[in-house]
Design a protein around this ligand. Structure first.
Ligand code: NDP
Ligand code: GDR
Length: 378
């Protein structure tokens, strides 16, 4: 049985990857951080009681900032494959926490590679490094491929740049099977709530249900190449199954503005939005309601009015330095890995919007039933 270690197993990608590898028959170990409350929501469905027989999923407390902890865990489990997904992954937050981001995302990767080397596992353990399209930063050329120069634009991207090169260096210096997946943005119903797509789909659901009035966003003109996380974790696995260790761009080859993602999300629920104004003064207003679609989703138009502003720009979400345009060229992955995404953008939007609508309806139902009113401080 193949043994895998996933760092960042409690995150969006970690959860999908753990499920994927378990289905493939792996023994999956996950590294999770200690937290004062449960932080395993995304993987609770995979939990196995460690007293049962044939357990194939095990969590270990750990942190990428703690090398002795990493060495102990890797020594204990002797993994065939390590997927290094753990990171402080929020670009905007990295401007607030640059030092921690460098430590976890940059040096954290070094700690992991060193652990493999110190333990004499360089010829046994294959390592996948979660690299990112943020490395391209300030546009040098489009579409961006494995040979496009990097120009990182945030403390996050600079830290990931170190991680990218230290992975290449360990591959060349110690003949390790260590690879970078340069993944463009990938989203899903499990996406963290403060990333722009999930923030939009949650707000669209709430606004459609009359639970929120307006969605405040930053740069609406940023363009991203958005894919579905389910497709992208398959590429991670494929990268480690090759004969030779190499780096791959994983993307859809299509780019869309944040503004269009907003339009598509609301339209999915039957709300047509039009934008007007510029920069800080840009607004999104309801210009049409599709009664048929609203009814189909169990919504009614009572609280939705033509002409009402449901999207506004708040400059607090602007970044000190922005990445304006990301558009990936997945040609190498398609030819060499045989990788082909199953979701296009509209299928992704639909998956996220419908999931958030269910979530908000459930929340509302519980509140109305009196199950969400406990106040521990009264
Ligand atoms: P998430 O933010 O959803 O998950 C990050 C995971 O890392 C969480 O499990 C988090 O734990 C964990 N983590 C954070 N800091 C540490 C630390 N110091 N030690 C151990 N674990 C830590 O990210 P995604 O799943 O979206 O992304 C996975 C990886 O891929 C990340 O490295 C990200 O930078 C990279 N990436 C993501 C892309 C995307 O579009 N999603 C695109 C390209 C790269 P906790 O749950 O406790 O917070
Ligand atoms: P990104 O994702 O920075 O590309 O990093 P995010 O969803 O945070 O931003 C995408 C774009 O949307 C603009 N934007 C906003 N972003 C957020 N979060 N909140 C807003 O209100 C908002 N309004 C506009 C941003 O300015 C940006 O241009 C993600 C992360 O998953 C990284 O870990 C990963 O490496 C890259 O994708 C590829």
């Amino acid at each position: 049985m193949k043994v895998a270690l996933i760092t960042g197993v409690t995150g969006q990608d970690g959860a999908y990857l753990a499920e994927f590898l378990l289905k493939k028959g792996y023994f999956v170990h996950g590294l999770k951080r200690r937290s004062s409350s449960f932080n395993t929501d995304r993987i609770d469905h995979l939990y196995q009681d460690q007293h049962e027989q044939n357990v194939r999923f095990k969590l270990h407390y750990g942190d990428l900032t703690d090398s002795t902890n990493l060495i102990r865990i890797i020594q204990e489990i002797q993994p065939d494959e390590i997927y290094n997904l753990a990171a402080m992954s929020h670009v905007h937050v990295s401007f607030e926490m640059p030092e921690y981001t460098a430590n976890a995302d940059g040096i954290g990767t070094l700690r992991l590679l060193e652990a493999v080397r110190i333990l004499g596992l360089t010829q046994k353990t294959r390592v996948y490094q979660a690299s990112t399209s943020e490395l391209y930063g300030l546009v040098q050329a489009v579409p961006q491929s494995e040979t496009t120069p990097f120009y990182p634009r945030s403390p996050y991207a600079v830290a990931k740049m170190y991680a990218y090169w230290i992975t290449v260096n360990y591959r060349e210096a110690y003949h390790m099977f260590a690879c970078n997946g340069i993944l463009f943005n990938h989203e899903s119903p499990l996406r963290g709530e403060t990333f722009v797509t999930r923030k939009i789909t949650r707000a669209a659901a709430k606004i459609a249900l009359g639970l929120q009035k307006c969605l405040y966003l930053g740069n609406l003109s940023a363009q991203r190449d958005w894919g579905h996380a389910k497709d992208y974790i398959e590429a991670m696995w494929l990268i480690l199954q090759q004969d030779k260790p190499e780096d791959f761009v994983i993307a859809t080859g299509i780019t869309t503005t944040v503004r269009d993602f907003v339009r598509m999300s609301f339209a999915e629920l039957g709300i047509d939005v039009e934008f007007s104004g510029k920069d800080e003064n840009e607004k999104g207003v309801i210009i049409g309601l599709n009664e048929e679609l609203l009814i189909q989703h169990g919504l009614n138009s009572d609280k939705l009015f033509l002409g009402s502003t449901i999207v506004q720009v708040d400059p607090k979400y602007f970044r000190p330095t922005e990445v304006d345009l990301l558009l990936g060229d997945p040609a190498k992955a398609k030819t060499q890995l045989g990788w082909e995404p199953k979701y296009d953008l509209s299928a992704l939007v639909k998956d996220m919007v419908i999931s958030d609508l269910h979530l908000m309806k459930k929340d509302e139902y519980l509140k109305k039933g009196g199950f969400k009113t406990l106040n521990y401080f009264e």
